[in-house]
Design a protein around this ligand. Structure first.
Ligand code: ANZ
Ligand code: ZN
Length: 836
């Protein structure tokens, strides 16, 4: 038994981790420049210690970053915390402490864990969005957008969580309940601040083509932006008083519009229904439901019940018919015009509503095959069981009969434009971004309201607008709003009495620009150095969870475009390439505290060390796929690292000239160099799982070679290459062994190994030797050998020689590296001999 030290990760790792931070090993040396590779991982929210999801994304990101460094890139790899937000405030309320206390304690814990895991961040650029030095600039960003008419205030129906006492974004409402507190969300009108994201709808869509993101994320963004081409078309009330436009993507179905539906809160309805108690009750009922829930009822039959027949009718401009008007909550005030022409034949929601309210369904598309009873039944209002949403040939539509759906669309739009009834138009589902929150653990919206001057931006010199230290976090309502003195300040414009805005900015505003602040986090004169931002943006590689596929990414894209147009940036996109990791789950379901099925990173680290945890995660799947913790094996990975440890210390230490058979040396070197080429490609495609499998193969090949008597330089090369390529994945064991093997300097300062191209090609190959097409032998020849040389070798083969003995070779035919064929005829004298 050797007396080499045993592998004790929890002995070697903490010291190395501390040294890397002390030595500033992963700080960018000097200032970033245009050549710098900007790698960014989504900064964490400090809700307790790191969880397995964090360790997963950081492990992926770290492998990527460390390899880029070994390829010779200067990498900017900063870390910070997304540190404002509701959970801190809720926790503070529950525990009777200040949210800052809770937040900074969690940040310190997470920072310690990140360091322990050895992630190669540039700690000199650390930032926290709740620091006044940071949120000063968040307020500045708001003011730039405000000055450029990209921030505005309006009264809107909002999702209100009574428990959290704040508005929620649509996405924070799940199944009609607050995502955080689970309270039932209600709708109420409130004056709010918005960013004008809709003004960039088309560009947000178009410039997706310029970035290298996963197709599924682009699709989610496209759907969220939701561009629809169609027409706006005006219907008049039967009494001739009001003109009400509708938005339709199917103008071809106009003859099938048998009733009309308003959004419940539509102003025409509100005015005409006055104080009708049935209407008041209906509105009450509707306001209990969020917009998302209202849309989600499609196909459940639930929409059907929620309609109110109004006390007036509408006129279809194309047919002159009077059709009944309804209010129903499946029509949203915020989309299109807030009113629709209902075509139960072609729209499923309209179909369900018509069936429930006994409204006419009129056929407007002919059956696709009149001889097929099923096709006829699907377009016959008497037998239809669902709306007919396919295209076809128009029927029941006057002069348009016989046209295809596409042609009828155009003909109807031409006619309605000619008659002045409407116009072609484009609608987006995207809404303006509601950025104000009625909570106080966030940057105060830097606005002062003045009776005389209106909303005044706080002058840049007065930033930051600080949160007061003495907020009462334990009361109900907004602590900032309730503070006795804070909001009373003079108007910056006239000096008269002003009142500060007491809403704060949504945390997504903090994270919509943090990648800019990392360029100069300690500069208190400017938010970022503009020349550097121009050179470095977009970020080369962004990594993070797919749960941010829509909001965070869309908001950051919007803010960059808005800052560009306000003259502060030249970039149009924040993140060039994007890598999304899957989730870490357990037995098929998400890990969560409430389910009690959390596997904590330190349960693994304390037993096996950080390298094992990192490699286990990367080995478990490709980054995009989920990892089920039930299927992974930290103990298996730990065993492999133990074996590697012993192998390196036993076999790797011997250098010197090659020993053993030349074939054995050659075989090992070829095994190593083909793996170097393949692993380099795996890293390029972020396939760390297959890279690890190939590293294991190198270790096996070296072990076999040693068993076969190979030693010296070739074995040393195998072990060195393995350590170098494992370094981005397991930075500790590789660093330790690198030193033990007598190398100078850190393994993390080395260059990524290069495959020797001459060792990538096979040296010999087996070809078949045929005589008149019959295989006589398989012979080994050097790759690329010419025909004459192959012929000579083939003739020397005993079996081939025997079959050529009594014949005349009339032709020789060779295919390089594959075959050689001798075309022969029998010798004449032999034939005669045979006859005699
Ligand atoms: C008549 C029609 C006939 C429609 C038909 C569809 C099918 P997208 O594609 O999402 O843009 N709509 C318009 N405004 C609405 C609102 N505020 N709330 C709910 N629904 C609304 O959807 C456009 C279609 O959704 C429009 O085209 C309209 O119904 C409905 F066979 O008009 B359609
Ligand atoms: Zn004023």
């Amino acid at each position: 038994m050797s007396d080499a030290p045993t592998y004790e990760p929890n002995v070697i790792e903490p010291g190395l981790a501390a040294r890397w931070v002390e030595d500033k090993s992963f700080e960018l040396q000097g200032e970033p420049d245009a050549e710098t590779y900007y790698a960014l991982t989504m900064f964490p929210y400090p809700s307790g210690d790191l969880h397995m999801g964090h360790v997963e994304i950081f492990s992926i990101h770290d492998a990527l970053v460390r390899q880029k460094r070994m390829l010779g890139r200067r990498v900017l790899n900063p870390i910070g915390w997304d540190a404002f937000g509701l959970p801190a405030e809720n926790a503070a309320k529950k525990r009777g402490i200040n949210p800052a206390t809770w937040t900074y304690a969690n940040i310190e814990q997470q920072a310690a864990s990140i360091k322990r895991l050895g992630f190669a961040f540039d700690w000199s650029r650390r930032l926290h969005t709740c620091d006044p030095e940071y949120y000063r600039w968040t307020q500045w960003v708001f003011l730039q957008l405000f000055a450029n008419d990209q921030a505005y205030r309006k009264e809107a129906m909002v999702n209100w969580c009574p428990g959290c006492e704040t508005v929620l974004a649509n996405e924070q409402v799940v199944g009609g309940r607050c995502e955080r507190s689970d309270d039932l969300v209600i709708r109420r009108p409130l004056t709010q601040w918005f960013f004008r994201t809709t003004s960039y709808a088309q560009e947000l869509l178009d410039s997706l083509d310029t970035i290298d993101w996963p197709e599924r994320v682009k699709t989610m963004q496209r759907n969220w932006i939701g561009r629809s081409e169609g027409a706006e078309l005006t219907f008049r009330t039967a009494d001739g008083v009001d003109d009400v436009p509708v938005f339709t993507t199917r103008p071809d179905t106009i003859f099938g519009a048998t009733y009309f539906v308003f959004a419940p809160e539509h102003p025409v309805v509100a005015r005409r229904m006055g104080n009708d108690p049935a209407y008041a009750a209906f509105i009450d009922e509707v306001n209990k439901r969020s917009e998302i829930e209202r849309q989600a009822t499609l196909g459940t039959g639930q929409t059907a019940k929620r309609g109110l027949r109004l006390n007036f009718d509408m006129v279809n401009p194309f047919t002159g018919e009077e059709i009944p008007a309804y209010a129903a909550d499946y029509v949203l005030m915020e989309y299109g015009t807030g009113a629709i022409m209902a075509v139960p034949f072609g729209d499923q929601r309209d179909f369900e509503f018509a069936r429930a309210h006994d409204l006419e369904i009129r056929a407007i598309i002919a059956p696709s095959d009149p001889s097929d009873p099923a096709a006829v039944a699907a377009t016959d209002p008497a037998t239809m069981t669902e709306a007919y949403t396919q295209y076809g040939v128009v029927t029941g539509s006057g002069d348009y009969d016989g046209l295809t759906t596409a042609d009828a669309k155009n003909a109807v739009m031409d006619d309605l434009e000619a008659k002045g009834w409407g116009r072609r138009t484009i609608n987006f589902r995207l809404r303006d971004w509601l950025i104000s929150r009625q909570r106080s653990w966030g940057p105060p919206v830097p606005i002062i309201h003045c009776e005389a001057c209106g909303h005044q931006g706080v002058p840049a010199a007065d930033l930051p607008v600080l949160l007061p230290e003495d907020l009462n976090w334990q009361g109900s309502g907004s602590p900032l709003f309730n503070h006795p003195t804070w909001k009373h300040v003079p108007c910056p414009s006239c000096g008269g009495p002003g009142i500060r805005e007491t809403d704060t900015l949504d945390t997504f505003v903090d994270s919509s620009w943090y990648f800019l602040r990392f360029l100069s986090p300690n500069d208190d004169h400017a938010p970022w150095p503009s020349s550097l931002a121009d050179a470095l943006l977009p970020v080369d590689q962004y990594t993070g969870g797919v749960e941010h596929a829509i909001l965070h990414l869309l908001y950051a894209r919007f803010v960059v475009k808005a800052l560009r147009d306000a003259g502060h940036l030249s970039a149009s996109e924040p993140f060039h390439a994007l890598l999304n990791q899957g989730q870490v789950i357990l037995n098929g379901s998400a890990m969560s505290k409430t389910r009690g099925n959390l596997v904590q990173p330190f349960e693994v680290i304390d037993v096996y060390g950080a390298d094992t945890l990192r490699a286990t995660i990367l080995f478990a799947s490709a980054p995009e796929d989920d990892i089920d913790w039930a299927d992974v094996s930290p103990s298996g990975m730990s065993k492999w690292l133990n074996k590697l440890w012993r192998q390196a210390l036993a076999d790797g230490v011997h250098g010197g000239p090659d020993s053993g058979s030349p074939e054995g040396v050659d075989k090992l070197r070829r095994a190593v160099h083909t793996r170097i080429a393949a692993i380099t490609e795996d890293f390029e495609r972020h396939k760390y799982n297959t890279a690890i499998a190939k590293l294991m193969e190198i270790s096996n090949a070296a072990r076999e070679a040693v068993a076969a008597g190979v030693g010296g330089a070739a074995v040393r090369e195998a072990i060195d290459s393995l350590l170098l390529m494992l370094a981005p994945i397991c930075p500790f064991i590789t660093e330790h062994l690198w030193t033990e093997l007598g190398h100078d300097g850190s393994v993390h300062q080395q260059r990524w190994p290069q495959a020797d191209p001459t060792l990538l090609v096979k040296s010999s190959t087996t070809i078949v030797a045929q005589v008149n097409g019959k295989i006589r032998a398989r012979i080994n020849v050097a790759v690329g050998l010419d025909a004459a040389a192959v012929e000579a070798i083939a003739r020397a083969d005993a079996a081939v020689a025997a079959s050529l003995a009594d014949v005349t070779v009339t032709n020789v035919f060779a295919v390089q590296d594959r075959l050689i064929n001798f075309v022969v005829s029998r010798n004449a004298d032999r034939r005669e001999d045979g006859q005699s």
